[in-house]
Design a protein around this ligand. Structure first.
Ligand SMILES: [Zn+2]
Ligand SMILES: [Zn+2]
Ligand SMILES: [Zn+2]
Ligand SMILES: [Zn+2]
Ligand SMILES: [Zn+2]
Ligand SMILES: [Zn+2]
Ligand SMILES: [Zn+2]
Length: 1751
C-alpha cells in the first residue's frame, strides 16, 4: 500500500473544531496557578497531538493557523498580560536595535569582505550593508556563502575601519552599555522568564528526546492512538540514487515520490516515508535497513509514535516562535539568553549546554533551527556572547569528539559556531587566558591523531577515502586554531604570555610528532613494491603552514615571549635529536689545510625524512631574534652558547641533499611518492615553512661556523668529499673514468651543491637574515616571476605565498615593478616587467624550478640581445646581511670554496670527457661574480670591510698544493680563449673586467689619485671592437633573413596559384573583402543595375562560367547543370534567433503546415556553411568512411564524438566545422527576355486562368470515371499553357541526387521528423530556409552596421548564393502537382481564388517568406507555358504584389503617432506623404472601425519607409543571389542613398505607393479583399501584441554591470518544483532571462523519452534546441545544443585585472565587459553556437564526455 492511500482515513483538524477556545482565558488561568510548568505541559499534551501529525501528508498552513491560535496565542497573552499585538508593539518601541546586522546568509548569497579593513577574511558583510558601507570604495572580495554564518556589520572588532554601514550606524546618544531590562516592569520580566524557561525547556526536552514510543512526563496525551511514522534520517554515506532506489522498493512509491522523499531527507535531515500502524511501519523499516546494509552501515530509520513526532514538530515551531518574538525587543532577547545559560539548581547543565552536547544526535532540521536561535539571541547580545563563548570553550573537547563521529557536514554542526566566537579578538584572548583555549584545541587535535610509530611520530595509514574524510574533520580544529591566532595581541598581560607559551609548548609537542615522520630509505636494486603513504603527512603540513607562521608572528610581538619560545623550541629540537650521533661513526675531514670533526652519514644509505617542523620553527625564531634585534639587546637571556651549529644544520642539510640526489636520479626506484614530496617541499603552498626555513637554518648554522668546516660537512653530506679532498682533484678526468652513470650523477650533485652554496651566501630576502622588509621580499618574487614571461594577475597570485588572510601583498608592489597591458576581446590582462627592474634578475633565484630557470634565462638573454646589450647575466647586487648572519660572506673567500672553484675551472680546460658540465661551470662563474659584487659593495661602503673582504686578492693567488697550480684568475684568462666555452665567454669577460675595475678602485683609494688609468681606455677600445663585430654579425643575419623571406614568398606565390580558390577563401574569411562583388563588377553602366524584372542585368556566358576546386581530390571542376555535382558542406539547424514570440506552443511535427510563415518568425530553419566545396562523390566517399570509422569506434570503446554520425553529422574535412548536409552548387540560369510582356493586371489574369486550368485538370483526374463535363468546360487554358507538358529536367543525375539530399535534410531538421523525400513539405522547408537565412543575415548586417553588399565573408556569400539557386531548382525534385498546389495556395492569400479555402489573413503572413516561396515555386507553373511570357516579368509582378501587401500590412499595424508637433518635411516628400495618407484612409474605410485616425502623413510615410526597409534589403539580397546582378555601389556602403539605390535595384518606384496608384483597377479590389478577411479585425482588436514593422533585432538580455547583482538575484531564486528550496545551480537563460534550477534532480523532466535537466528542457522551448546560459554560481557561460552537445565559454565578466573568474574562486569584483558580451551575442545572432560547441569539443575531448543533457 502506498503511503498516500491512507490519506482519506484520517480526520483532519480544522479551526472550526476549536471555536470555543479562548487564548485570553487560558492565559488568565495560567496567571493564577502555582505550578505553571505542569499547567502549560498539560495544555500542550492536550492540543499538540490534535494539531500536528494527523496523517501522512501534513498540512502546514492549517497546522500553523491552529498552532498560532491554540498554542502561541495563550503564551503571548500570558507574556504581555494584554492583547499581544498591543503588548508586543510597546516592547518594540522601547527596543534598542542591535548594532549588529546579524543577517544570516542563505546558501549562494553574495558576501563581501574588505581586504583593507577586515580584521580577517571571515569578517563579511551582506550585500545591503556592503552597499551602504565605506568598503565598496576599497579593495574588496566577493564570495558566495555556503550557508550559515552572518553579517558582521556593526561588530567593531571585525573591522579596522568603517564597522557600520549607513543603516547600522549607532545613535551616538544611546549608550550601548545600558541594561535593556531597565525599561521592563518587574512582573513583565517574571512572566517572560516563566514562559521562556518553560518553552525552552520543553523544546530542548523534545528535540533531545530519544524514545520512539513514549513521551516525557506530563506530556502523555489523554487519548493515545495507534498511529506511527516510519522516519528516515539523513546520512552522508548513501547517495541520492541509493536512497531513491531503496525507497521505491520499501514503501512501493513512484520514482517521483521517492525523489521528493530523498530531497526532503537531504534538506531537513529526516522525513516520514510511511504512516500507519506499528506493524505497517516496522515492515518498511526492515526493508530499508536490509537494502542499505550491504556495503555500508544501513540508513537510519525509526518507527516513531505520532504523538512524539507531533511534539517534536511543535518544539521546532516553539523555537522559531522564540526567535521571532525576541526580534522585536532587546529586553526579551536578554531574558532568553539568561534563561538559556542558567544552570540548574544543582549545577546541572544549562539548556544551551544540553542542546550543544546533544547536537550530533539531532537531525539536521532541528539543528538548523536551534543554531539560528543561538545566532539571533546569544551571539547578538555582547554580554552573553562572552558567557556563551566560555561555555562553548568548556565543552569544546566533547563537541569536537562528537563531531568526529557525526555523519553530518560541518555546517550543520554546532562546532561551526566557533568561527563566530573565536574570530572576535577580545573573546579569543579571553578564552586563551581564562579557558586555556589554545592548549585545549591543540591537545584535542593531537588526541584525534592516534597513529604513531614507536618513536611517537605520526604514522598515517594508507590514505583511503574514509581516512581522508576523518582527517578532514580533524582539520577543522586547525581552522579553529587559526581563528584564535588570526589577530595578534597589541598588549600582553602576564597571564596571556603564560597561556600562550603553554599553548606554544603543546604545539611543539604536536610538531615533535611530525619531526622525522614518513622517513624514506633509498631503494637500490629493484623498484619499491608499493608507493608509501605520503599525502596525509603533507596535508597536515600544508594545513599547519599558516599556524606555524602565525605562531612566529605572535612570538615576534613580544620580546619575553620570543625569548621563552626560542628556548622551548631549542630544547624540543635537542630532545628530538638527543641521539643524533647514535650509531654513526665520528670521522675527521680535512681539506686545504683545514679539518673538522663530524659523523659518517650517507643520505643515500640511511633513513631520511623531509618533515622537520621543529628545526624549521627554530630557524624562523632565529631569524626573528635578528629581526627584532633581541639577539643584540639581550644576548645574556638567550641560550646561544647551547647552540651546536653542526646539530642545527644536520637535518635540514640532509633534506636538501635528498632533493639533490633525487634530481641526480639516484632515487628513481623509490617511485612517485618521493617525487611528489620533493615537489611539495618546494611548492609555493609549503615552501615558506619547509624549503625556505631549511635554507635559513643552514645560514644560521654556517654563520656560526668556520666557513671551511661548513663546506666540508656539506661536501661530505653530498657524498662529494672524496672528489674534492683528493690531492689531485684537479685531474679528475684522468683518474675517474670508471662509470659514466656515476660521473653523470656526481656532476649533477656538484651542480646542486654549488647552487646550495650560492643560495646560502646569496639569499638575503628574508627579514632578519638580510636587511630587508616584507615589501622587498614580495617585490623580488614578482620580478622573478615576470622575468620568465609576462603574466596575468591570477598567475602571479598563484606563484606567491598567501598569508593567513589570503593576501600576497602583491598590490603594494606590482605597479612599481610591472606595466599592465589590457586584454582584448579574448585573452586576459597581462603584467610585463618594467625594464629597469630586470637588473634585479638572479639566475639562481631560490624559488625557480629548473624549468623556470631555463625559461627565465632564455627570456632575459633575448631581451638583452634585442636591446643590443651584452647578454651576460651577472649576479645582482644583494642587500646587506643582518649582523647575526654577516659572517656568511666569508664563505665566498674561504679556502675550501676557492679550492672547489679552482678544481672545476681546471676541469673545464678539457673540452670533452664529461667530467664537468656547462651548468657546473656556469655556477662557478656565478659564485665568482658574487664574490666580486660583494667586494665592490664593501669597497664603496666602509674602508675597513674593503680590507677584510679581498676577493680579488684571493683569486689572484696561485693554488697552494701541490705546488704551482695556476690561480683562478689565471685559469679564467686561459678559458677566455677556449673555443669550446663560447657560451660562457660573456660571463668570463665580465668577471675579468670587474676584477680590473676593482683593482683600479683599490689602487685609486690606495694612492688617492682618481685618474683615468690606461687600462680603462684599453677596455673602452675592446668594447668598441666588440660593438663593431656585433654590428657586422647583425647585418649579415639581416641579409640572410631577407633572402630566406624572398624564397619563402616565392614559394607562397606558387602555392597560391596552385590552390587559388582555397587560398582566396581563407583570405576572405580572415578579412571580409569585396572581391566577390568585384568579380561581377559591372561592365555596363549603372542604370542597368537592376536585379529583377525584364530589364534586369544579365550575366554573360563568361560571367556564368564558374570553376571550383574540390577540397578532397584537388581537381578543378566547372559548375554545369549537366556536370558532376559540386557541393558545399552545410549545417542546417532550427532557430529562434529572430523570434518575436517565444511562448508559441509547440506544434505536432507530423501535422504542421509550414507554408505560411507567421510574421512573429517564432521559429525558422537556418542554413550555414563553412564554404568548402567538394565533389558530391568525394563527399559521399568521405562520409561513408566517417560512418564506418564511427561504427568501429563505438564498438570498441563507448566514446562520444562531437558530432552525431547517425544524424548525418560530420566535420568538414578541411576546417572541421560541424556540418549535417551539403548544398549542391548550381550555375546561373541562362535567360533572355522578349520585349513584349504583360502588365501586372494582365499577368494576374493570365496566371489566374492558368491556375483555374490546373484546378480543373486536378478535378478531372480526381473525378476520373465520373462524368463531369461542367468543370472541364468552364476552363479554357490560356494560350500556350500546356497542361500535359512534362518539362525536361535539365540536371545531371548527381545534381538531382544532391537536390534531394539537401531538401530532405532541411525537411528533416527543420520539422524534426523522419526523412521522407516524397513529403509535400520538402520544397516548402527549402524555400523557408532560404528566406529565413537571408532575413537573419540582413538583420546581422544591420546590427553590425555593415553595408548590405560587400561585407559578407566569402563563406556566407557562397552559402547564400547556392542556397538561393538551390531554392529555384528544388521544385524539380518534387512532384509538379505538389508544387503547383503550393503556388496556388500562396497566391490565393493575395489574389482571391474561390477554389482555395482557409487562406490566412495578411497580418498572419511574413511577406518576405511569401515573396521567396512565390518566386521559387513559380517556375513549376512557368515551365508549362510556351507563350513566351518571361519568368523575369513574373518575378517582378510577384515582387510588386507582395510589396503592396507588405505596405498594407505595415499601415495596418502602424503605431499611433505620439502627440507632438507636426513634423515639417520641408515639402521634399510631400507627394509621398499625401499618397500614404490617401491609402491609409482607404484602409480605414474598408475596416470601418479598426484603425485609429491619423493626421500626419509624415508619420505614416516614416512608418512605411522604416517598416519596409528590412524587407527591401532582404529582397535585394535574394534577387542578387538568384539572378546574379551586381549591386550598385551605394549598397556597398552604409547610410545615405540606400533607399533610392534599393528601389532602383529592385525596379521599384522610389515611392512604392505608386505601385498601388498605378494599378488601382487591379489592386483596389484586392485591398478590399485583404481588409475584409475576418482575421484582420480580430488581430487589430485582440489584446495580444501585434507584430509591428520593422521588427527589431533580438538581443540577449541586459546584464547588470556588477556581477554581485546577479549572484544576489540567483540567491533568492528558489527551485520552482521543490517548494521554496534554494536551487543549487541557478542558471540564467541569456536569451529570454528565465532563471532555471539546473543540474539537479528536482527539475529533471522528460523530453522525447530522455530525462533532461532544466537547461536542456528550456532550450527546446526557448531556443529550438540551442541555448546560451550563464551559470551564476560558477560565473561561466554554458552553450547547449540538442541533448548531447555543450561547452563552457568564458563569461562576459572581468575583474580589474582583465581576467574572468570561472568558478568564482578568486573573489575579485567582476564587471560586465560589453565587448565580450557583444561577441557572445554575435555568435548567437549568426547561428554559430553549435559550431562553437563543435570546435570546443574537438579541441578538448573531455567536454565530449560531460552529461550535458542533465544540466
Ligand atoms: Zn548586514
Ligand atoms: Zn549594516
Ligand atoms: Zn574597507
Ligand atoms: Zn573531388
Ligand atoms: Zn570547411
Ligand atoms: Zn530562454
Ligand atoms: Zn529544482
Amino acid at each position: 500500500m502506498a503511503a498516500a492511500e491512507t490519506d482519506s482515513e484520517v480526520p483532519c483538524a480544522r479551526c472550526s473544531d476549536f471555536l470555543h477556545f479562548s487564548a485570553k482565558d487560558t492565559a488568565a488561568k495560567w496567571l493564577e496557578v502555582d505550578n505553571l510548568l505542569k499547567e502549560v505541559y498539560q495544555h500542550l499534551a492536550c492540543f499538540v497531538p490534535k494539531i500536528y501529525c494527523l496523517g501522512p501528508n501534513l498540512n502546514p498552513q492549517n497546522e500553523d493557523l491552529l498552532a498560532q491560535l491554540l498554542l502561541q496565542g495563550p503564551l503571548e497573552w500570558y507574556l504581555c498580560g494584554e492583547e499581544p499585538t498591543v503588548g508586543l508593539a510597546k516592547l518594540e518601541q522601547s527596543n534598542q536595535p542591535s548594532q549588529l546586522c546579524g543577517h544570516v546568509f542563505k546558501v549562494g548569497e553574495p558576501t563581501y569582505s574588505c581586504r583593507d579593513c577586515a580584521a580577517d577574511p571571515t569578517c563579511v558583510l551582506c550585500m545591503q550593508c556592503f552597499l551602504g558601507s565605506v568598503h565598496k570604495e576599497h579593495r574588496y572580495r566577493m564570495t558566495t556563502s555556503g550557508g550559515g554564518g552572518f553579517c558582521d556589520c556593526g561588530d567593531t572588532e571585525a573591522w579596522k575601519k568603517g564597522p557600520y554601514c549607513q543603516k547600522h550606524e549607532p545613535n551616538i546618544s544611546d549608550s550601548s552599555q545600558k541594561d535593556p531590562l531597565a525599561n521592563l516592569s518587574e512582573q513583565m520580566i517574571t512572566r517572560t522568564r516563566n514562559v521562556f524557561s518553560i518553552i525552552l525547556k520543553y523544546a530542548v526536552h523534545m528535540l533531545t528526546w530519544e524514545k520512539e514510543d513514549e513521551l516525557p512526563e506530563g506530556l502523555e496525551p489523554p487519548a493515545r492512538g495507534d498511529t506511527y511514522y516510519c522516519m528516515l534520517f539523513n546520512d552522508e554515506v548513501h547517495t541520492y540514487e541509493q536512497v531513491i532506489y531503496t525507497l521505491q522498493k520499501a514503501v512501493n512509491c513512484t520514482q517521483k515520490e521517492a525523489v521528493s522523499f530523498a530531497t526532503t531527507v537531504d534538506r531537513d535531515g529526516r522525513k516520514s516515508v510511511r504512516f500507519g500502524d506499528f506493524q505497517f511501519c516496522e515492515q518498511a523499516k526492515s526493508v530499508i535497513v536490509r537494502n542499505t546494509s550491504r556495503q555500508t552501515k544501513p540508513l537510519r530509520v525509526q518507527v516513531m509514535h505520532s504523538s512524539v513526532v507531533a511534539h517534536q514538530c511543535f518544539a521546532l515551531k516553539a523555537l522559531n516562535w522564540l526567535g521571532q518574538i525576541i526580534k522585536s525587543s532587546d529586553a526579551l532577547r536578554r531574558i532568553l539568553c539568561l534563561v538559556g545559560l542558567q544552570q540548574g539548581p544543582n549545577g546541572e547543565n544549562s539548556l544551551v549546554d544540553t542542546l550543544m552536547l546533544c547536537d550530533s544526535k539531532m537531525w539536521k532540521g532541528a539543528r538548523n533551527v536551534y543554531h539560528q536561535l543561538f545566532m539571533s539571541s546569544l551571539l547578538m547580545d555582547p554580554k552573553y556572547k562572552k558567557l556563551f563563548a566560555i561555555q562553548f570553550a568548556k565543552n569544546y573537547r566533547r563537541l569536537q569528539t562528537d563531531f568526529m563521529e557525526d555523519d553530518h557536514e560541518r555546517v550543520v554542526s554546532v562546532t561551526s559556531l566557533s568561527v563566530q566566537l573565536f574570530t572576535a579578538p577580545t573573546v579569543a584572548r579571553m578564552l586563551i587566558t581564562e579557558e586555556n583555549l589554545m592548549t585545549t584545541i591543540i591537545q584535542t587535535f593531537v588526541d584525534h591523531l592516534r597513529h604513531r610509530d614507536i618513536q611517537g611520530r605520526f604514522q598515517f595509514e594508507r590514505y583511503t577515502a574514509q581516512q581522508a574524510f576523518k582527517f578532514r574533520r580533524v582539520q577543522s580544529l586547525i581552522g579553529d586554531l587559526k581563528y584564535v591566532l588570526i589577530s595578534r595581541p597589541t598588549e600582553w598581560s602576564d597571564q596571556l604570555r603564560e597561556k600562550f607559551l603553554e599553548g606554544f609548548e603543546a604545539f611543539l609537542e604536536l610538531l615533535k610528532c611530525m619531526q622525522g615522520m614518513d622517513p624514506v630509505v633509498r631503494q637500490v636494486g629493484q623498484h619499491i613494491e608499493m608507493e608509501p603513504e605520503w599525502e596525509a603527512a603533507f596535508t597536515l603540513q600544508m594545513k599547519l603552514t599558516h599556524i606555524i607562521s602565525m605562531m612566529q608572528e605572535w612570538c615576534a610581538n613580544d620580546e619575553k615571549v620570543l625569548i621563552e619560545a626560542y628556548k622551548k623550541c631549542l630544547s624540543a629540537l635537542t630532545h628530538c635529536h638527543s641521539g643524533f650521533t647514535d650509531g654513526e661513526q665520528p670521522i675527521t675531514l680535512s681539506m686545504c689545510g683545514h679539518s673538522v670533526d663530524t659523523i659518517r652519514y650517507c643520505v643515500s644509505q640511511e633513513k631520511v625524512s623531509i618533515h622537520l617542523p621543529v628545526s624549521r620553527l627554530l630557524a624562523g625564531l632565529h631569524a626573528l631574534l635578528s629581526k627584532t634585534e633581541v639577539a643584540y639587546r639581550f644576548p645574556e637571556l638567550l641560550p646561544l652558547s647551547e647552540l651546536s651549529p653542526p646539530m642545527l644544520i644536520e637535518h635540514p642539510l640532509r633534506c636538501l641533499v635528498l632533493c639533490a640526489q633525487v634530481h641526480a636520479g639516484m632515487w628513481r626506484r623509490n617511485g612517485f611518492s618521493l617525487v611528489n614530496q620533493i615537489y611539495y617541499y618546494h611548492n609555493v603552498k609549503c615552501r615558506v615553512e619547509m624549503f625556505d626555513k631549511d635554507l635559513v637554518m643552514l645560514q644560521a648554522g654556517a654563520s656560526m661556523m668556520d666557513p671551511n668546516h661548513f663546506l666540508m660537512i656539506v661536501l661530505s653530506r653530498f657524498e662529494l668529499y672524496h672528489i674534492f679532498s683528493s690531492a689531485d682533484c684537479r685531474k679528475r678526468y684522468g683518474r675517474e673514468n670508471i662509470n659514466k652513470d656515476v660521473v653523470q650523477q656526481n656532476n649533477t650533485l656538484i651542480e646542486e651543491m654549488l647552487h646550495l652554496v650560492i643560495m646560502v651566501v646569496g639569499e638575503r630576502y628574508i627579514a632578519g637574515v638580510g636587511q630587508v622588509e616584507s615589501y622587498d621580499e614580495i617585490k623580488r618574487e614578482i620580478i622573478h616571476q615576470l622575468c620568465i614571461r609576462p603574466m596575468a594577475h591570477s598567475e602571479l597570485v598563484k606563484a606567491l605565498p598567501e598569508n593567513e588572510n589570503k593576501e600576497t601583498g602583491m598590490e603594494r608592489v606590482i605597479d612599481h615593478v610591472a606595466l599592465f597591458k589590457k586584454p582584448g576581446v579574448t585573452g586576459r590582462g597581462l603584467y610585463k616587467l618594467r625594464p629597469e627592474c630586470a637588473k634585479m634578475f638572479n639566475l639562481y633565484f631560490n624559488h625557480y624550478s629548473r624549468a623556470d630557470q631555463s625559461k627565465a634565462e632564455e627570456a632575459q638573454r633575448k631581451i638583452k640581445r634585442q636591446n643590443g646589450e651584452d647578454s651576460v647575466l651577472p649576479p645582482p647586487v644583494p642587500p646587506h646581511f643582518c649582523p647575526l648572519f654577516g659572517s656568511l660572506v666569508n664563505i665566498l673567500q674561504c679556502d675550501v670554496l676557492l679550492g672547489i672553484l679552482g678544481a672545476v675551472l681546471q676541469w673545464a680546460m678539457e673540452p670533452s670527457g664529461g667530467h664537468w658540465s656547462e651548468s657546473m661551470l656556469q655556477r662557478v662563474l656565478h659564485l665568482l661574480g658574487m664574490g666580486l659584487v660583494e667586494e665592490q659593495q664593501h669597497l664603496t661602503g666602509s674602508t675597513e670591510d674593503g680590507i677584510s673582504f679581498n676577493f680579488t686578492l684571493k683569486i689572484s693567488r696561485p693554488g697552494e698544493a701541490p705546488g704551482n697550480t695556476p690561480s683562478i684568475l689565471a685559469l679564467l684568462e686561459t678559458l677566455q680563449n677556449a673555443p669550446h666555452l663560447e657560451v660562457h665567454k660573456d660571463m668570463i669577460r665580465w668577471i675579468l673586467k670587474t676584477v680590473a675595475n676593482i683593482k683600479t678602485t683599490r689602487e685609486c683609494t690606495a694612492s688617492a689619485s682618481p685618474a683615468d688609468s690606461s687600462g680603462h681606455s684599453q677596455e673602452e677600445t675592446v668594447r668598441d671592437k666588440d660593438k663593431a663585430e656585433r654590428k657586422r654579425k647583425a647585418e649579415m643575419a639581416r641579409l640572410r633573413r631577407e633572402k630566406i623571406m624572398a624564397q619563402m614568398s616565392e614559394m607562397q606565390r606558387h602555392f597560391i596559384n596552385e590552390n587559388k580558390d582555397l587560398f582566396q577563401q581563407s583570405l576572405e574569411e580572415l578579412d571580409a573583402t569585396t572581391s566577390t562583388s568585384l568579380e561581377h563588377s559591372p561592365s555596363t553602366c549603372d542604370s542597368t543595375l537592376v536585379c529583377v524584372g525584364p530589364r534586369r542585368w544579365r550575366a554573360s556566358a563568361s560571367d556564368r562560367r564558374q570553376v571550383v576546386t574540390c577540397i578532397l581530390c584537388q581537381e578543378e571542376q566547372e559548375i554545369r547543370v549537366d556536370g558532376k555535382a559540386m557541393v558545399l558542406a552545410a549545417f542546417v539547424q532550427r532557430s529562434t534567433v529572430m523570434s518575436k514570440n517565444r511562448k508559441r506552443p509547440t506544434y505536432n511535427p507530423d501535422k504542421y503546415d509550414p507554408l505560411f510563415m507567421h510574421p512573429d518568425l517564432s521559429f525558422g530553419t537556418h542554413t550555414g556553411s563553412c564554404g568548402h566545396i567538394m565533389h558530391s562523390h568525394c563527399w559521399q566517399r568521405y562520409f561513408e568512411a566517417v560512418q564506418a570509422k564511427e561504427q568501429r569506434r563505438q564498438q570498441r570503446l563507448r566514446v562520444h564524438t562531437s558530432y552525431d554520425v547517425e544524424n548525418g553529422e560530420f566535420l568538414c574535412p578541411l576546417c572541421e566545422c560541424l556540418s549535417n548536409t551539403v548544398i549542391p552548387l548550381l550555375p546561373l540560369t541562362k535567360t533572355t527576355c522578349s520585349t513584349e510582356q504583360p502588365d501586372q493586371r494582365q499577368w494576374v489574369n493570365i496566371t489566374s486562368q492558368q491556375i483555374k486550368a490546373l484546378h480543373a485538370a486536378r478535378k478531372k483526374t480526381n473525378a476520373e470515371g465520373v462524368d463531369d463535363a461542367d468543370s472541364a468546360e468552364d476552363c479554357h487554358p490560356p494560350d500556350g499553357f500546356r497542361l500535359d507538358h512534362t518539362p525536361k529536367n535539365p540536371y545531371s543525375g548527381t545534381i538531382k541526387e544532391m537536390l534531394t539530399t539537401f531538401g530532405t535534410a532541411t525537411y528533416k531538421v527543420g520539422l524534426k521528423v523522419h526523412p521522407n523525400e516524397q513529403d509535400a513539405r520538402v520544397p516548402i522547408m527549402c524555400w523557408g530556409s532560404c528566406a529565413y537565412t537571408i532575413q537573419s543575415i540582413e538583420r546581422l548586417l544591420v546590427d553590425e552596421e555593415k553595408p548590405l553588399f560587400g561585407s559578407l565573408p566569402c563563406r556566407q556569400n557562397d552559402c547564400l548564393s547556392s542556397l538561393t539557386r538551390f531554392g529555384s531548382a528544388c521544385w524539380t525534385a518534387s512532384s509538379q502537382a505538389v508544387v503547383h498546389g503550393h503556388f496556388i495556395r500562396l497566391l490565393a492569400a493575395l489574389v482571391p481564388d474561390s477554389q482555395v479555402e482557409n487562406t490566412p489573413c495578411i497580418l498572419d503572413i511574413d511577406m518576405f517568406h511569401m515573396l521567396v516561396s512565390l518566386v521559387l515555386s513559380y517556375p513549376a507553373l512557368h515551365c508549362l507555358d510556351s507563350s513566351g511570357m518571361s519568368e523575369d516579368a513574373a518575378q517582378l509582378h510577384l515582387l510588386h504584389l507582395v510589396t503592396i501587401a507588405h505596405i498594407v500590412q505595415i499601415l495596418l499595424t502602424s503605431i499611433p503617432e505620439e502627440v507632438r508637433m507636426e513634423q515639417e518635411s520641408g515639402g521634399a516628400e510631400r507627394e509621398e506623404e499625401e499618397s500614404v495618407c490617401l491609402l491609409y484612409n482607404t484602409l480605414r474605410r474598408h475596416l470601418s472601425s479598426g484603425l485609429h485616425e491619423v493626421t500626419s502623413g509624415w508619420h505614416l510615410w516614416h512608418c512605411v519607409k522604416t517598416g519596409i526597409l528590412p524587407y527591401l534589403r532582404a529582397a535585394a539580397l535574394f534577387f542578387h543571389y538568384l539572378n546574379g546582378a551586381p549591386a550598385p555601389p551605394e549598397l556597398h556602403a552604409v547610410g545615405v542613398g540606400e533607399w533610392e539605390a534599393l528601389c532602383g535595384y529592385l525596379c521599384l518606384p522610389s515611392n512604392p505607393l505608386q505601385l498601388y496608384y498605378n494599378n488601382l483597377e487591379l489592386l483596389e479590389p484586392l485591398l478590399q479583399g485583404w481588409c475584409s478577411h475576418p482575421g484582420v479585425l480580430q488581430a487589430l482588436q485582440s489584446s495580444t501584441a501585434l507584430i509591428r514593422f520593422p521588427r527589431e533585432s533580438n538581443h540577449l538580455i541586459e546584464l547588470p554591470e556588477d556581477y554581485s547583482a546577479l549572484i544576489n538575484q540567483a540567491s533568492s531564486f528558489t527551485c520552482p518544483k521543490s517548494g521554496g528550496d534554494k536551487s543549487r545551480a541557478p542558471t540564467l537563460c541569456l536569451v529570454c532571462g528565465a532563471m532555471l534550477c539546473s543540474q539537479s534532480y528536482c527539475c529533471q523532466t522528460e523530453l522525447e523519452g530522455d530525462d533532461v535537466g532544466a537547461c536542456t528542457a528550456h532550450t527546446f522551448t526557448c531556443g529550438a534546441g540551442v541555448g546560451i546560459f550563464l551559470r551564476v554560481r560558477e560565473s561561466q557561460v554554458l552553450f547547449l545544443a540538442g541533448k548531447t552537445k555543450g561547452c563552457f565559454y568564458a563569461p562576459p565578466y572581468l575583474d580589474d585585472y582583465g581576467e574572468t573568474d570561472q568558478g568564482l574562486r578568486r573573489g575579485n569584483p567582476l564587471h560586465l565587459c560589453q565587448e565580450r558580451y557583444r561577441k557572445i551575442q554575435k555568435l548567437w545572432r549568426q547561428h554559430s553556437i553549435t559550431e562553437e560547441i563543435g570546435h570546443a569539443q574537438e579541441a578538448n575531448q573531455t567536454l565530449v564526455g560531460i552529461d550535458w543533457q542533465h544540466l
